[in-house]
Design a protein around this ligand. Structure first.
Ligand SMILES: [Zn+2]
Length: 317
């Protein structure tokens, strides 16, 4: 019975004479239904058909992902350009690309070991927080508090009781706005850091439309979604670059980690410049000027965003 059914359906789908979509019944003219989009696949598949189908689905997506990543890395701005021109089948959708790359980055950032050359700054996996302080002689109270918070965040371990008490005493006299953040950093560095890393992806996602809005100020006469897709692709690349740097941390070789960091710091602006020019056109000098302005405004927006985020994370239970 089942065999017969399969043979019948095999006939129905392989012979193109009277093929109809099994989902909606519309006549089929190709591999996909023109009416509902379902692919022309035999019902009740044999094991072989199942395997072939799974392989096709898998390699199809894999192939597109590989294409997308290759284009994203090697040809700045191309994905945005192609997407806007309507050539969209070759690559995975911008939103999916963004989610994939940000997921990869945050997973790596959260699990990468803490490797660095001596630097005086607290570093949240690539994101600098706070200002440079001299390590030798923390004289002022502000510096003592900053150092205590940094130390406990960096090492993710609670300070000794005495260190903690003195830090908390200092914190009590710090500016009111800073207190929740400093207290959390000193009392529960692990949890605080985890919460920050959890909140950061959402924060960056919120900043995307803001970045697009800033770009729109400098490139008039285009529709807003164009800037949004540009922003999404650019950020996807930045996540990939940062993920690469995070990946290098697993080698635990400080010099290699520093070199990777340096390459990323140079690579991102060079990439961004090329992406801007491919999508928006314009001379190199004009692009650089616009980029600087966009970067500066975005930094302010991001700083406000991250301050709000850090504060919010500090006061959240
Ligand atoms: Zn159909």
């Amino acid at each position: 019975m089942a065999d017969e059914l399969r043979r019948d359906d095999g006939l129905l789908t392989t012979k193109s004479t009277v093929a109809a979509c099994l989902n909606c019944g519309a006549p089929l003219t190709g591999a996909f239904c023109a009416s509902c989009g379902q692919r022309d696949i035999p019902p009740y598949p044999s094991v072989r058909e199942l395997v072939v189908d799974a392989a096709a689905e898998f390699s199809g997506w894999d192939g597109r992902l590989a294409n997308t990543l290759r284009d994203l890395i090697r040809r700045p701005g191309l994905l945005t350009h192609e997407f806007l021109e309507g050539r969209r089948v070759r690559s995975i959708s911008p939103i999916r690309l963004y989610l994939v790359t940000s997921l990869v980055y945050f997973l790596l950032a959260a699990s990468a070991p803490n490797v660095r050359l001596e630097s005086g700054q607290p570093v949240f996996e690539g994101l600098r927080v706070g200002t440079t302080t001299t390590k030798d002689k923390p004289v002022s109270r502000a510096e003592r508090v900053g150092n205590a918070a940094r130390q406990s965040l960096e090492n993710q371990q609670v300070l000794t009781a005495a260190e903690r008490d003195s830090a908390l005493k200092d914190i009590a006299r710090a500016p009111a706005v800073m207190r929740p953040f400093l207290r959390r950093a000193v009392e529960d560095p692990g949890g605080f850091k985890r919460r920050l890393l959890e909140t950061m992806p959402r924060m960056l996602f919120v900043l995307l439309p803001i970045f697009a809005g800033i770009v729109a100020l400098f490139y008039r006469g285009r529709k807003y979604p164009e800037h949004l897709y540009f922003a999404i692709h650019l950020h996807a690349f930045i996540f990939l670059a940062l993920a690469t740097a995070a990946l290098v941390k697993f080698t635990q070789i400080p010099l290699l980690v520093a070199a990777a960091g340096l390459i990323v710091v140079i690579w991102i602006p060079v990439y961004a410049t090329r992406a801007f020019r491919r999508v928006y056109g314009g001379s190199l000098s004009r692009t650089l000027m616009k980029e600087l302005a966009i970067g500066a405004i975005y930094c302010v927006a991001a700083a406000i965003g991250f301050t709000v985020m850090i504060y919010w994370v500090s006061i959240a239970a």
